[in-house]
Design a protein around this ligand. Structure first.
Ligand code: KG4
Ligand code: ZN
Length: 354
């Protein structure tokens, strides 16, 4: 299905994202991506080894208007034609969310347009419609980002999302970032480990697969745990260093990545089969991971499931994914948000629209 066919019509929505360290503004018409501009403050966080909320908020404030201007120029649409302005209302960093929300309110109020405060996590799922057309429903979505790791049953992207499993400790992206730090690699660790792993042996070290033992599966069949894995990697590396051996970084990266991707893909396929669902979708920053993408492709194909994967560039935080949720809630006929909505740093994934 091409976007030209599915997306030549539909609501015209501008989306604003500011939940973490990316200031994103996207413009979407129906299922067609018209603009996707992102300004990242990641360079300002590198020396701290993680996102510093105060620094992120200030960076959003500086980047918001220029990013908005770039998106408008790229889309070449008249903002008076917008059917709505969608903005991330949560979850995320409070001070960061507030910048996007205030900007969206100001713009909506100035233009006299409807405001839609939407869920960031739902954006990671919805974004695939910009690449492959209307979402197949029902589907099981694996959402893997820096702050979240969840398995979702999606009946309708605008109104019916149920969490069927989640991490009980670290998120997958967080595990990548922490392991990168203990290997003295830079931040964010995901893309670096992904690259280094390609030169390593995934079978070099057998790291633990969290919550896959029989007794764990009874209570946590669709849940994840990555903190034991991170500790196992830390201990292994410590031992090598203490004994004066050179740490085989590429092998550690490949073996760690294999442990993460093995569990993520096995549980996703199991969830789809258990719920009698034929379609699987992935989203979130870690969905850009090359091994996760290939292993999930293999395993869904052997289980007779259809897989949808947004292009890697749309997996990490951006404004287009927020605009995509906006088109879906408008199509579903949902009422716009009130102008006095606040940011909700802990917004549950089942709340698509605030
Ligand atoms: O979705 P996202 O951009 O932001 C959040 O909502 O958290 O995800 C960021 C996370 C970071 O932890 C980063 O290390 C990870 O996604 N990530 C990756 C890759 N690209 C980004 N993890 C593994 N492999 C990648 N290629
Ligand atoms: Zn995200």
């Amino acid at each position: 299905m091409t976007n030209d066919v599915v997306g030549s019509t539909g609501p015209l929505v501008l989306g604003i994202e500011s939940s973490c360290d990316e200031t994103g503004v996207g413009i979407v018409r129906g299922n067609t991506l018209l603009a996707n501009e992102v300004a990242s403050s990641v360079d300002q966080h590198v020396r701290f080894g993680g996102v510093v909320p105060e620094v992120a908020s200030r960076a959003h404030l500086e980047a918001m208007v220029p990013t908005l201007e770039r998106a408008c120029a790229a889309a070449d649409v008249d903002l008076s034609e917008l059917d709505g302005i969608a903005v991330t209302a949560g979850p995320g960093l409070m001070g960061a969310l507030v910048v996007g929300l205030s900007s969206a309110k100001a713009l909506a109020s100035y233009l006299g347009k409807a405001l839609y405060g939407v869920n960031h996590l739902v954006g990671h799922v919805a974004v695939d419609l910009l690449d492959h057309g209307d979402l197949p429903t029902p589907c099981v979505a694996l959402l893997v980002s820096g702050g979240h790791t969840q398995l979702l049953l999606v009946g309708d992207i605008a109104t019916d999302i149920t969490e069927i499993g989640s991490t009980i400790d670290d998120a997958a992206g967080e595990a990548y970032d922490k392991v990168a730090r203990l290997l003295d690699l830079s931040y964010p660790g995901g893309p670096i480990i992904d690259r280094l792993a390609a030169e390593g042996d995934p079978k070099a070290i057998r790291f633990p697969r969290g919550l896959t033992a029989r007794h764990d599966l009874e209570r946590h069949r669709f849940d994840f745990s990555f903190s034991g894995l991170k500790t196992a990697v830390a201990r292994w590396v410590e031992t090598e260093r203490r004994d004066g051996r050179e740490v085989p970084v590429a092998d550690v990266c490949a073996s760690f990545q294999e442990a993460v991707c093995d569990v993520l893909t096995a549980k996703t396929v199991d969830a789809a089969l258990e719920h009698g669902v034929k379609h699987v979708l992935i989203g979130g920053g870690v969905a850009a991971n090359s091994r996760l993408r290939s292993l999930l492709e293999e395993r869904t194909a052997s289980a007779g499931l259809q897989l949808r994967r947004p292009r890697p560039g749309l997996c990490t935080d951006n404004g287009a994914m927020i605009a995509a949720v906006g088109t879906q809630v408008i199509k579903a006929g949902l009422r716009p948000s009130s102008m006095d909505i606040g940011a909700n740093s802990g917004l549950p994934v089942s709340t698509v629209l605030v």
